[in-house]
Design a protein around this ligand. Structure first.
Ligand code: PLP
Length: 431
């Protein structure tokens, strides 16, 4: 369909509002005003009106090679030929994917396929409770692990609710919410306090090794090692939620970079370069609980291990392995971070640029950043205004303050430089 023949976004937004609650299929897809998208390719997406955007939103980080990567698209199409979904027995792509993941992820002996990151962390928490016979789970303030009841609290909390009770949804049983305890990232003392208040009751600590759901909190030296030591000493499982860091920062995820081995690891997003596929991997003794012959943890799902998604993931991971994707995207990410750092310094704006590899974010605050407590100084209004003006200029980023942006293998130096030029203009206006 020619771009000009797409109905305009506002019409589609009205149609959507009539039949989809709020007109959006996920709470975090709001862009301030109606936007509809019709085409994507490489580093770019086009809205219904045919306007082109340089895309750093990247479907919340699911796109790592670039949109519509031809090798991944071809593999997905071929993945459901000569058979689509049978739903019984096994298919080749799901076995190939599990073999590949177990060969590149240092702590993975076995893996189960899931269709979303939320499903992966759901299984991780349930498995940890089963293995330890304990009830409680610890997450950090600011960490996001999906929408299910055990983890849907205390992500981007306002100061009055941070570290207290801040559910993301109504309808969650209070006892479920209370079974999840909140620690501070980069603060081992906050975890020790929870262990001393709840001895032998904590089943697992679940953590994004780099909490990218609040931008980019880099672990202080010794922090992840400290988590590993404490969980081991206390008989809890350590779950690394690598749904963002996995297949984005290194083939073996943050565990490869840090050398800290979790008991369980969840993956999703970049793993399939946009196709719906996720996974949970871990030590054999724990993963065997999912074995229906002898294990006691339920594993089920009509679409789990779908051949098209698994084939897309195999193609993505092979491409990540063969091409110099991590080096190239890190180079471009650094160009963005250096450029923005120079601009905010030149304009004297109280802002800091953070990130790692292909990820970058702009916090509107001054001073040191270690944990969520520091991020509460962020000027959210200023971010929202920066975001709105950048979108108007054709640069698509995450709409929420305190989130991160992503460079893909398809971006170029020209894309980065154009983004920096537009940022300079916008930040000057905001200064
Ligand atoms: N874990 C992390 C770290 C995430 O960032 C997300 C999604 O943003 C999830 C889990 C949930 O993944 P999904 O949206 O695929 O359910």
């Amino acid at each position: 369909m020619a771009e000009s023949s797409y109905p305009i976004g506002a019409d589609w937004a009205r149609r959507a509002e009539r039949v989809i609650p709020g007109g959006l299929n996920s709470f975090s897809r709001h862009l301030g005003r109606p936007y509809g998208f019709a085409r994507s390719s490489g580093a770019h997406v086009w809205d219904f009106e045919g306007n082109r955007y340089v895309d750093y939103h990247a479907a919340f980080g699911a796109i790592v090679l670039g949109h519509n990567d031809p090798d991944v698209d071809r593999a997905a199409a071929e993945g459901s030929q000569p058979l689509d979904l049978v739903g019984i027995g096994i298919t080749r792509p799901e076995v190939e994917l599990a073999e590949l993941v177990c060969s590149v992820i240092p702590s993975a002996d076995q893996m189960i396929c899931c269709t979303s990151g939320s499903e992966a962390t759901f299984h991780a928490v349930r498995l940890a409770r089963s293995v330890t016979g304990r009830r409680l789970v610890v997450k950090v303030q600011g960490g996001y692990h999906g929408w299910h009841d055990a983890v849907a609290r205390n992500v981007i909390s306002p100061p009055e609710l941070a570290y207290g009770m801040d559910p993301m949804s109504s309808g969650i049983l209070p006892e479920t919410l209370e079974s999840t305890l909140i620690a501070e990232f980069n603060d081992l003392t906050s975890l020790e306090e929870l262990y001393s208040r709840h001895p032998e009751q904590i089943a697992a600590v679940i953590v994004e090794p780099v909490p990218h759901n609040v931008g980019s909190l880099i672990p202080d030296p010794g922090y992840l090692e400290g988590l590993r030591k404490a969980t081991e000493a206390q008989g809890s499982l350590l779950i690394f939620d690598e749904v963002i860091t996995g297949f984005r920062h290194a083939l073996g995820g943050w565990q490869e970079i840090s050398g800290v081995m979790p008991d369980l690891t969840s993956f999703g997003k970049a793993m399939g370069n946009g196709y719906p596929v996720a996974g949970l991997a871990g030590r054999h003794e724990y993963m065997q609980q999912f074995n229906s012959a002898g294990g006691s943890v339920l594993l089920a799902g009509t679409f789990t291990g779908h051949p098209a998604s698994c084939a897309a993931a195999v193609a993505t991971i092979n491409k990540l392995r063969d091409a110099k994707v991590f080096e190239r995207t890190a180079e471009l990410g650094q160009r963005m971070r250096d450029g923005l750092t120079g601009i905010v310094a030149e304009l004297g704006i109280p802002a800091v640029v953070r990130g790692y590899g292909s990820v970058w974010c702009l916090y509107f605050l001054d001073g040191e950043i270690h944990g969520y407590r520091d991020l509460m100084r962020n000027d959210d209004d200023r971010y929202r205004e920066y975001h709105r003006r950048m979108t108007d200029r054709g640069f698509l980023m995450l709409p929420m303050s305190l989130k991160r942006n992503h460079v893909s293998f398809a971006h170029t130096e020209e894309d980065i430089d154009a983004t920096l030029e537009a940022s300079r203009d916008v930040l000057r206006e905001l200064a």
